[in-house]
Design a protein around this ligand. Structure first.
Ligand code: C5P
Length: 318
């Protein structure tokens, strides 16, 4: 409809504006806290068919650390790592990624989200009290290392981190080896990892190999017409990278902003911050524009209902 087209134009324009502004900022103030030394070129996803992009993505796999990848390590981390990788040999039909955006508030998407076989949520995003809008089912929680380490998140005690698969990530420097990262993570998540596994040795708790984060960043830069902030991708895009090999399709809720887009950062917190949705710090605008490009569901669903659908790798013969 006309309304949908209007929303779409408005949102894509805003994402493109942020993408350009960010790359202009880069030209003057070249902050590079992770010492990114990208040697590839810029590209443009807009020049490629979705299939071509999916086939490029399919070549890179987000890896989790397995026993044997780390010998010894901080607090004998190596002895506590899982023997297998995340959902090894397991496949899902429908998967949902629940971005924590303020736009989920009053969305009434809870039932739709819960109808998926696997539901991935981020950080400390609650379901309790928000079931109508975000559902009650959680299969995976993807956590950044601040949530694992900072006292206020109560990682070792809080119920929201129990009885779910936990995947945690922490950024290394761009060229750091695994050993260098183990010695110097950004937030030291290893003691909490070991502590958690000591309490429950059957717990499903995975750590992302930080080199995978930068492989994803390279992929995004390689497909973006503007230079990107040299910071890690948001958890949202990482979640997609994790699920693509496992799911037949992935619905991402309020990641590409819909007509409900709001200044509010999170559905569970009244604080306003438009940068949460459109980016700054993370290369969010580029992530979202590319994600919309590989989306397969109609614009009515994307900009009115509030989700994009990305087909999993198994749908592509490359
Ligand atoms: O803020 P937090 O990192 O916990 O949010 C999880 C993810 O949800 C973000 O990494 C981002 O990809 C997505 N998000 C978003 N828009 C918002 C808030 C979060 O796209 N307003």
């Amino acid at each position: 409809s006309k309304k949908t087209t209007e929303f779409k134009e408005k949102i894509l324009k805003e994402l493109r504006r942020v993408l350009e502004d960010e790359s202009n900022i880069l030209k003057s103030a070249g902050e590079n806290p992770y010492n990114v030394q990208y040697e590839g070129t810029k590209g443009n996803f807009g020049d490629k068919a979705a299939k071509e992009i999916m086939c490029e993505l399919k070549k890179l796999r987000v890896k989790t650390l397995k026993r044997g990848d780390v010998v010894g390590g901080p607090k004998n981390l190596g002895d506590f790592l899982p023997k297998r990788s995340l959902f090894e040999n397991k496949k899902f039909n429908s998967c949902a990624i629940v971005a924590s955006a303020g736009a989920l508030k009053d969305s009434n998407l809870g039932k739709t989200i819960d109808s998926h076989d696997l539901v991935l949520r981020f950080n400390h995003a609650p379901t309790k009290g928000f079931e109508e809008d975000v559902g009650r089912k959680t299969t995976v929680r993807l956590l950044n290392s601040q949530v694992v380490t900072r006292k206020e998140f109560n990682f070792l005690e809080s119920d929201i981190y129990k009885n779910v698969t936990i995947v945690a990530w922490d950024p290394s420097n761009y060229k750091a080896s695994l050993d260098e990262w183990l010695e110097k993570p950004e937030f030291n998540l290893f003691p909490a990892y070991v502590e958690y596994k000591k309490k429950n040795d059957k717990a499903r708790f995975f750590l992302i190999n930080p080199q995978s984060l930068w492989e994803l960043w390279d992929f995004l830069q390689n497909n973006s017409p503007n230079r990107l902030r040299r910071n890690p991708l948001s958890s949202g895009f990482l979640g997609l990278g994790i699920l693509l090999p496992l799911c037949n399709f992935i619905d991402m809720f309020e990641y590409v902003p819909s007509a409900r887009a709001t200044k509010r950062c999170h559905y569970y917190d009244p604080e306003d911050n438009p940068a949460c949705t459109f980016g700054v710090w993370h290369p969010l605008a580029a992530e979202k524009l590319l994600t919309y490009h590989i989306n397969t569901i109609d614009d009515q669903k994307v900009f009115q209902s509030g989700y994009v659908r990305i087909p999993g790798f198994k749908n592509f013969r490359c």
